[in-house]
Design a protein around this ligand. Structure first.
Ligand SMILES: NC(=O)C1=CN([C@@H]2O[C@H](COP(=O)(O)OP(=O)(O)OC[C@H]3O[C@@H](n4cnc5c(N)ncnc54)[C@H](OP(=O)(O)O)[C@@H]3O)[C@@H](O)[C@H]2O)C=CC1
Ligand SMILES: C[C@H](CCC(=O)O)[C@H]1CC[C@H]2[C@@H]3C(=O)C[C@@H]4C[C@H](O)CC[C@]4(C)[C@H]3CC[C@]12C
Length: 269
């Protein structure tokens, strides 16, 4: 299959976590392609601005729903809203994450529970609600994950747990869909360091290189979903090579990962 932006024209797409960062950029790319977009996040004022910009860029339609994905009812309501607005759904882009810290694990189990709800369980809840519509359209689910969802990276233990969980659940579900001949694709997007405002605020003091551009990253995610790829690795070399090393030389990869960070800049408590 060959990719063209025309593939997204008139498609009905939900993008979560689209008030900032990569999600916001995905909404703009989809708008330029002439898709219908329904975006979510907590902050109404930011979502309103993104919707206005999407309409200026040429979206077939643009709507938002705000609220926290800690609440599974919201996860389900967003999908119901898509059904009401469009009568169906072609693409579900699961991208939002809750706030976390970048530091030594502090022993806070409640933080992990909350993060699992936002970063993992709400993804599952939205998928369950959206599957009937996606089966009907032969649609796609895009799950935004991270290098930290495939490899042990220090200082992100709670976050990493939620992203590994996504791999387990969605890679298993993909197998079941194939066995049942259901034409819904699942693309797991494995991202390295991307220069979003949140990431720069959180990790610029430990990174030795700048993050990859969020605009290009957003386009690559949409492209990989339109092409119904199994996984996306972006930026390719920084993500794919460590994954190839992972199972053959895990200790070597652990050491490479530690050495790629300015760990002396992380405060020990
Ligand atoms: N940037 C990076 O280096 C990398 C990012 N990724 C992945 O890419 C995706 C996007 O990351 P990035 O763009 O950097 O993140 P941002 O922090 O820019 O965006 C996060 C989005 O989630 C929303 N959000 C936050 N808390 C909640 C909540 N409780 N309920 C619902 N929505 C919420 C935010 O809006 P609001 O605050 O208004 O709710 C915002 O729209 C994530 O899945 C992340 O794991 C993966 C690897 C690297
Ligand atoms: C430090 C990691 C890369 C190390 C390497 O290349 O060897 C980064 C890879 C993924 C990053 C995290 C991520 O997945 C997104 C989070 C999103 C939030 O906006 C805050 C930052 C992240 C925890 C981010 C931190 C750096 C990475 C682990």
């Amino acid at each position: 299959m060959c990719y063209s932006a025309e593939m997204l024209k008139g498609k009905r797409v939900i993008v979560t976590g689209a008030s900032t960062g990569i999600g916001e950029q995905m909404a703009y790319h989809l708008a330029r392609m002439g898709a219908h977009v329904l975006i979510t996040a907590r902050t109404e004022a930011k979502l309103q601005k993104v919707v206005t910009r999407c309409l200026e860029l040429g979206a077939a339609s643009a709507h938002f729903m705000n609220g926290s994905m800690e609440d599974m009812a919201l996860a389900e309501d967003v999908v119901k809203e898509a059904k009401q607005l469009w009568g169906g759904l072609d693409m579900l882009i699961l991208n939002h994450i809750g706030y976390t810290y970048f530091n030594y694990f502090d022993g806070d189990v409640e933080h992990i529970r909350k993060l699992l709800e936002i970063n993992f369980l709400s993804y599952v809840a939205m998928t369950v609600s959206a599957l009937p519509m996606l089966k009907e359209s032969g649609g796609s689910i895009l799950v935004v994950s991270s290098k930290a969802g495939k490899i042990g990276i220090p200082f992100v233990a709670p976050y990493s747990a939620t992203k590994f969980a996504l791999d387990g659940f969605f890679s298993s579900l993909r197998q079941e869909l194939i066995i049942k001949n259901i034409s819904v694709s699942i693309t797991l997007c494995i991202l390295g360091h991307i220069a979003t405002e949140t990431a720069e605020k959180t990790v610029s003091h430990v990174m030795q290189k700048p993050g990859a551009p969020k605009e290009e990253c957003a386009l690559e995610i949409i492209r990989s979903g339109a092409l119904r790829k199994r996984e996306l690795y972006y930026p390719y070399t920084a993500v794919r090579i460590p994954l190839l090393i992972r199972d053959w030389a895990p200790e070597f990869l652990d050491s490479l990962t530690r050495n790629s960070l300015n760990v002396e800049n992380v405060k020990k408590s």
